[in-house]
Design a protein around this ligand. Structure first.
Ligand SMILES: [Zn+2]
Length: 299
């Protein structure tokens, strides 16, 4: 199909499924300059989506602006595997991804960090991270096929993931339930859907970190994920490729997308917030920032 025909088809779909008006939908549809070959594939299992969303959320809050080699959440590739997903982790970040995800009680923080209820099995080249209370799980490997090191306890930490599967302490169980219930979040289905899609579309999410090797991501609460960047894709261009890959499909039409300004967009009613600075934040100092991020990984 020709490029303009594809753009027309997408524009029509956007008008049908999002609150975008015809002119805006057409403008966005023309900005899709990359296509991964197929739209995002969701897990049919809501508990699986909930776990994947939790993983994306914890990684976003954990890494913030400390990525290496342009891997926003430390993920290079995601491949659907039955109900689950197989993640190839950025090799230089893989150990750190495990450290962020596996739950531990942190006495300095005063609570549980990581994905409460997550447990690990398998071998160092292919780990299965699974939920202790359901069949939800993800498989992780290092993109270069190397071994992933399981984290050791830091000062003040108790490694909860080393407990027997199902052996959740009261703290950990409460924390796990907190994610499942998330009072105050209006639509948990949309949260789980969109955050799991961020995890399943690293080829698109990583575009924000590509120009400098890092971007910024964070969360305000259990219901959102913010991505901030400067160079590379404009907000509209990134929204366009996300929508072309079905990112906002099955989200109530009125909430699918809101273009706030040239520099900001909300997807799924502020579930995913995209902010791009109008000018470069780093310029020539970007390399120094990369060096300091690398130093942080060594310590
Ligand atoms: Zn920049």
């Amino acid at each position: 199909m020709s490029k303009s025909r594809n753009a027309n088809t997408l524009a029509k779909k956007l008008v049908r499924r999002t609150p975008l008006k015809q002119a805006t939908a057409s403008r966005l549809a023309k900005q899709v300059h990359v296509y991964l070959g197929s739209p995002v594939v969701d897990s049919p299992d809501p508990r699986q989506r909930r776990l994947e969303a939790h993983i994306a959320h914890v990684l976003a809050s954990g890494f913030k602006d400390r990525q290496l080699n342009g891997a926003l959440l430390g993920v290079r590739e995601a491949e659907p595997e039955g109900q689950s997903v197989k993640l190839a982790l950025e090799s230089d970040m893989a150990d750190e991804v495990l450290r962020e995800l596996l739950p531990r009680f942190d006495h300095f923080y005063g609570g549980v960090r990581g994905v409460a209820g997550l447990r690990v099995r398998g071998n160092e080249r292919e780990l299965n991270l699974h939920d202790a209370t359901s069949s939800a799980h993800v498989t992780v490997t290092r993109a270069d096929g190397g071994p992933i090191r399981l984290p050791s306890a830091r000062d003040g930490e108790v490694l909860l993931w080393k407990r027997v599967p199902g052996g959740l302490s009261r703290d950990e169980r409460q924390e796990a339930e907190e994610w499942t219930v998330s009072r105050g979040i209006e639509d948990l289905r949309v949260r789980d859907l969109l955050l799991s899609r961020i995890l399943r579309l690293p080829g698109l999410a990583n575009r924000t970190a590509e120009p400098h090797g890092f971007a910024n991501c964070y969360t305000h609460h259990a219901g959102d994920l913010v991505i901030e960047w400067c160079c590379g894709d404009t907000v509209e261009a990134l929204c366009a490729v996300l929508l072309a890959h079905g990112f906002a499909d099955d989200v109530p039409r009125a909430k699918a997308i809101e273009l706030i300004s040239r520099h900001s967009a909300h997807l799924g009613d502020r579930t995913v917030i995209l902010n791009r600075h109008g000018s470069c934040l780093y310029g020539r100092s970007a390399e120094d920032v990369v060096e300091s991020i690398k130093e942080g990984y060594k310590s």
